[in-house]
Design a protein around this ligand. Structure first.
Ligand SMILES: [Zn+2]
Length: 226
């Protein structure tokens, strides 16, 4: 006997995920060994992939997210504030076990632009140290709060172990994708931003459908930035 999953249940979300073309073998983007690290809205790749990122962690943590990510094989990168990560470490570790990767989004979520090197380094390295203790891996990617940064941010992020600083090309909120670029369709290398908010299940599904409509496959940022 087969029954249709109840809309809104985990089974229903899994049943709504489109079938994607197989992801291509990742070709990591070139990085320079010295000097400033890059700041990207979109990864410089022609490969038919896009990237899902989930930010913050303090506001809401829908309980089914880890199982959804696990069952639907959704590659996600989490840019976490370290106090939220520490307070809810079990929740984020479950997503890590499901394949998610934890990256750095500062301690206090203050805008860094215009702040001193010392201030920015404390916020970035402080979070990186805590996240490494909690999750057993040094963050290699950094996203500044509100996407606001200056050249000091790039230096401080590099000095704290980051290989790249990430912005985004689409935001997803309450199940709606908002394009930040004129094309109004997900492009190869695009980075989709959502948050740990109450509608995260809907946001993940909306992101997957938008990526599928564009003929792309979701991939993991860390496979492309090594
Ligand atoms: Zn944020």
């Amino acid at each position: 006997m087969t029954t249709k999953p109840v809309p809104g249940s985990l089974d229903w979300y899994v049943s709504q995920v489109p079938t994607f073309p197989e992801a291509p073998p990742p070709q990591p983007v070139p990085l320079t060994a010295t000097g400033a690290i890059p700041f990207w809205h979109r990864l410089p790749t022609d490969q038919k992939v896009a990237f899902i990122t989930i930010d913050d962690g303090g506001l809401a943590r829908p309980p089914a997210v880890a199982d959804f990510i696990w069952r639907a094989h959704i590659p996600v990168t989490m840019f976490l504030n370290s106090p939220a990560a520490e307070e809810h470490d079990v929740y984020f570790r479950q997503i890590q076990v499901a394949g998610g990767v934890v990256e750095n989004h500062t301690i206090r979520h203050n805008s860094l632009a215009g702040r001193s090197y010392g201030y920015q380094k404390r916020e970035i390295c402080g979070a990186a140290d805590k996240l490494e203790t909690l999750f057993g891996k040094r963050a290699t990617l950094f996203r500044p709060p509100f996407g606001e940064y200056d050249s000091t941010t790039l230096t401080a992020a590099r000095d704290c172990g980051a290989k790249a600083v990430l912005h985004w090309s689409e935001t997803v909120h309450e199940g709606k994708v908002r394009y930040q670029t004129p094309e109004k369709v997900v492009q190869p290398g695009d980075v989709l931003l959502m948050h740990f908010r109450p509608a995260l299940m809907d946001d993940l599904l909306a992101a997957l459908k938008a990526i599928h409509r564009a003929g792309l496959t979701p991939a993991l940022l860390e496979d492309y930035i090594r």
